[in-house]
Design a binder for this molecule. Structure first.
Ligand SMILES: Nc1ncnc2c1ncn2[C@@H]1O[C@H](COP(=O)(O)OP(=O)(O)OP(=O)(O)O)[C@@H](O)[C@H]1O
Ligand SMILES: [Mg+2]
Length: 280
């Protein structure tokens, strides 16, 4: 079979996620109104916006848990909307992503190891139990949880450990694409910094693309390649923090240049790591 190099380079340059004209509404409440966004291959894209601006609804639309009123969503080159949910091409895309929900969403009656095995059971029902357990143990270690975390129940874990367990489950299928909704919310600053480091390391070693919703200015500065800002029912800007700071939008200025933004800009909670955009 002959290969068309131009076509393959077009494919590798194509965004991992492409969203055009997205509209979401709940009753009278308009959440998104013609929202556009591209997520590039291999980047950590931070998604910010005031509470209730529709960050989680955006993520839920991309992963198929929220049916938009209008718009187009392509993930890994595959159109996601108005498809038969059992279409094998959609299933193939779903296998390539991992999700950490805002609520954590661990099953309370399952151990950490069993939680991590849920996607393996779902997508590879024929997989022998021992292999499933080995993969779960490996993912648990990868996320920095101690060896003995596997048999524990979520109620026996700290908030930070629950986040890591959720991350281990999100990594179960060796995804190319990771969705993280507020992964550091509720963690102490040291735990949050450690989680950020882990996210960056996983992204680099596994070549992941990460869609990362966060309110955490330190996370944005420390690990995000670009940041998308949601306001006025749209993505109003996407770029590096420096690029966003050059814009004259009141919410962006208040968010990044307010007292908390300036502190995060000037000093990283990650010792030894240069702060993106900070003066040398
Ligand atoms: N299933 C639903 N039914 C009705 N309204 C909903 C539903 N899901 C979300 N909403 C509403 O849509 C809006 C956007 O919600 P969303 O959860 O996306 O906000 P968010 O930007 O993630 O906020 P936060 O930063 O607080 O997590 C909110 O006003 C919310 O109440
Ligand atoms: Mg949310």
């Amino acid at each position: 079979m002959t290969q068309d190099p131009a076509a393959s380079s077009r494919r590798s340059d194509a965004p991992i996620i492409e969203i055009r004209g997205l509209v979401n509404r709940f009753g009278d409440q308009l959440v998104h109104d013609g929202l556009d966004l591209d997520v590039r291959r291999g980047e950590i894209l931070g998604v910010v916006g005031g509470s209730g601006t529709g960050k989680s609804v955006l993520m839920r639309s991309i992963i198929g848990l929220q049916k938009p009123e209008a718009g187009e969503i392509n993930v890994l080159g595959e159109p996601m909307l108005d498809r038969d949910p059992d279409d094998p091409a959609l299933l193939a895309v779903r296998k390539r992503w991992g999700i950490l929900f805002q609520s954590g969403a661990l099953f309370s009656t399952l151990t950490v190891s069993e939680n991590v095995q849920v996607p393996l059971r779902e997508y590879y029902p024929e997989m022998p139990r021992q292999l499933r357990e080995e993969i779960a143990a490996y993912k648990i270690l990868m996320t920095g949880l101690p060896d003995n975390a596997g048999p524990k129940f979520p109620s026996e874990l700290s908030g930070g450990m629950k986040k890591r367990a959720g991350l281990a489950r999100a990594l179960a299928l060796d995804p190319d694409l990771l969705f993280l909704d507020e992964p550091t919310a509720g963690l102490d600053p040291i735990g949050a910094a450690a989680f950020d480091e882990q996210t960056r390391e996983l992204q680099q070693t596994l070549g992941l693309t990460i869609f990362l919703i966060t309110h955490d200015l330190d996370t944005l500065h420390a690990i995000c390649d670009r940041v998308a800002v949601i306001a006025d029912h749209k993505v109003i800007a996407v770029g590096t923090i420096d690029e966003l700071l050059a814009l004259d939008h009141p919410w962006i200025q208040e968010y990044f240049n307010g007292p908390r933004g300036r502190i995060a800009h000037g000093q990283s909670r990650h010792p030894g790591r240069p702060v993106a955009g900070a003066p040398a």
